[in-house]
Design a protein around this ligand. Structure first.
Ligand SMILES: Nc1ncnc2c1ncn2[C@@H]1O[C@H](COP(=O)(O)OP(=O)(O)OP(=O)(O)O)[C@@H](O)[C@H]1O
Ligand SMILES: [Mg+2]
Length: 256
């Protein structure tokens, strides 16, 4: 097995606030890992850690055998939010082209014909070619999500990180995106945060439940009853850390 992400006893703090605690997690090449958990549970923080955008406060992290921020062009990241001023002076095509930039070619990079062709192709795949000249800040929520996915994919990354990528998409668009992800997963490792349980149970190969620490990592064994228990409990109970059973085989429970 080829481990592409290796986290060992990782803690992440924002000032005094602890977002991740004692995370130990190995992710294998070509996995399609779904991450679920309550709001504020650290899901986005975990993706940012893998993308090299936040640093471990303690513990060790490797991505493709290097520290996370040393993987230029190998990680595609679709953030949960991308707030832009409506007047932001970039078109859709210009924004997606920035996905071809890495830390190593950021300065004085002139886009090549190859860059332009790659962007055209990905825009067609994601059904946003007609929007190419629109100002990026003026897209609708679903159009923006497609543009962000296109920007993450245009470098053909080895690992794709998606933070609730279909939250704004209608049902038809969702299944279109998931069928694209399924194809990509033949040669790309995918790590995706989602609250969409239908997607989790039908597309992912493995599942991680995160609530500051990882309390389940394994096969996506979700049933209706269990889902009710994950998201059916009042949020304030989850936020206060009251134990709630999520999956039938919980490794930390004595009777599991
Ligand atoms: N930049 C930041 N500065 C300070 N605290 C932060 C920052 N980003 C996140 N946090 C806090 O860290 C915790 C984890 O946040 P994170 O965004 O990782 O949660 P999440 O699981 O993605 O939640 P959601 O489901 O709402 O997206 C939360 O308590 C949040 O308020
Ligand atoms: Mg989040």
């Amino acid at each position: 097995m080829n481990t592409v992400v290796q986290l060992e006893d990782v803690d992440v703090y924002y000032g005094n606030l602890q977002a991740l605690s004692n995370i130990t997690l190995n992710i294998e090449a070509l996995d399609f890992l779904g991450i679920i958990g309550p709001n504020g549970g650290g899901k986005s923080t975990l993706l940012k850690l893998i993308a090299g955008l936040v640093k471990p406060s303690s513990g060790k992290a490797w991505v493709l055998g290097s520290p996370p921020c040393h993987t230029p062009g190998k990680i595609g990241y679709v953030p949960q939010r991308f707030n832009l001023n409506r007047e932001f002076p970039f078109s859709v095509v210009e924004t997606i082209l920035t996905g071809r930039l890495t830390k190593n070619n950021l300065f004085l990079h002139r886009y090549t014909d190859k860059d332009i062709l790659a962007v055209d192709e990905i825009m067609r795949t994601l059904g946003i070619y007609d929007l190419k000249d629109r100002q990026i800040g003026q897209l609708s929520g679903g159009q923006m999500q497609r543009a962000l996915i296109a920007r993450a994919l245009v470098m053909e990354p080895e690992i794709l990180l998606l933070d609730e990528p279909t939250a704004c998409l209608d049902a038809g668009s969702k299944s279109q995106i998931y069928s694209i992800l399924k194809d990509l997963n033949q040669y790309m490792t995918i790590i995706m945060v989602s609250h969409d349980m239908g997607v989790i149970s039908s597309y992912v190969k493995s599942l991680a439940c995160l609530n500051m620490d990882i309390f389940y990592h394994g096969v996506p064994e979700l049933t209706d009853t269990l889902l009710g228990q994950v998201y059916g409990c009042p949020v304030e109970l989850i936020a206060h850390g009251v134990p709630h059973r999520v999956l039938p085989h919980h490794p930390e429970e004595p009777n599991a």
